[in-house]
Ligand binder design. Structure first.
Ligand code: NCD
Length: 313
């Protein structure tokens, strides 16, 4: 009988890979969050001395790539960045052949971002080293969900019972998919909000108990966390989204944000497009933890890399 996706992911997780949140047990999530608390990029720990971390990026990235690089260096590893443009990928080399090449030159762990869902899973299946998913297509972005949970826990005692409202382009968002799995496992209540093209009804079947609202006001009222997502125009391909209509109905303004709890956190994985999914003043308001999310990406990714190479201390 062929292995199920859950079995495959669990087997890969046991080898140190981090492919997604969906099949990651809550105990592992909590262990990573706890380990991240011990990591301080300003106080380097040589846990990965002599190890080589390869960052293989087939898509644009600022936050994820730099924070993985800083995290690896803070643990004493060396880093090599391979971008699809300028590498043999441009000559038609396959993903697996690129993986075998990086392994042959000494990679101990590969962090990969790819436009196709499942790309890191394929690499993890064929390579004998841990693979970390830094975002695969419209599927998952596990380290973003973990750093968001880490950020929330610095402000709130626990995730259980929190009302989390996610507004925007859920359909194209790997960040949303990983976040939904993590929040659901942790006992938070989740409301998704946006137009049907960006938040299809089927999104409600992702996990139990999820709610969809077409009214931004209703979705934000009383929320503890308002997570805003970018409209991923590069992935819209054929979908017709009227942006001025989107702005008038779903843009997060201060007036809309005030409907949330007074101590609510305003989150966004970035990159933010000011004036589209949120206004300028919302991006910089005291409730905004957007910059903090970026900052927290470093200790969190230190924890992920240490765990990947069995140095989770
Ligand atoms: C996101 C991504 O690439 O999935 N950014 C990130 O990694 N922080 C979200 C996006 O591109 O909108």
């Amino acid at each position: 009988m062929p292995a199920t996706q859950a079995q495959t992911e669990r087997r890969n997780a046991a080898r140190g890979s981090l492919l997604g949140i969906e099949y990651l047990p809550l105990s592992e999530i909590n262990a990573l969050l706890q380990l991240a608390r011990k990591m301080n990029p300003l106080k380097p720990r040589p846990l990965l001395k002599g190890k080589r971390v390869f960052l293989l990026f087939y898509e644009a990235s600022t936050r994820t790539r730099t924070s993985f690089e800083i995290a690896a260096k803070a643990l004493g590893a060396t880093t090599t960045v391979v971008l699809s443009s300028g590498s043999s990928v441009e000559k038609g080399e396959s993903l697996l052949d690129t993986g075998y090449t990086l392994r042959a030159v000494g990679a101990d762990v590969i962090v990969v971002r790819h436009p196709h869902s499942g790309a890191p899973h394929l690499m993890a299946q064929y390579l004998d080293i841990p693979v970390i998913n830094a975002g695969d297509g419209m599927h998952e972005h596990p380290t973003q969900a973990l750093l968001d949970a880490y950020t929330i826990l610095r402000h709130k005692k626990k995730l259980t019972g929190l009302q989390v409202t996610i507004v925007g382009d859920v359909y194209h968002s790997r960040v949303a998919r990983s976040a939904i799995h993590l929040f659901s496992k942790s006992g938070a209540r989740i409301t998704l909000c946006g137009p049907p093209e960006l938040v299809p009804d089927v999104a409600a079947t992702l996990v139990n108990g999820i709610r969809i609202s077409r009214s931004c006001e209703e979705a934000i009222r009383g929320a503890d966390i308002v997570m805003v997502l970018r409209v991923q125009r590069e992935r819209l391909a054929g979908l017709k989204v009227n942006l001025s209509d989107y702005i008038s109905r779903y843009q997060i303004t201060m007036a809309r944000l005030r409907l949330a709890k007074s101590d609510a956190l305003l989150m966004h994985p970035g990159p933010i497009i000011r004036g589209l999914e949120l206004t300028w003043d919302v991006a910089d308001c005291p409730q905004s933890v957007i910059v903090e999310e970026v900052k927290n990406g470093v200790p969190l990714r230190m924890a992920v890399l240490a765990r990947a190479l069995g140095r989770a201390r």
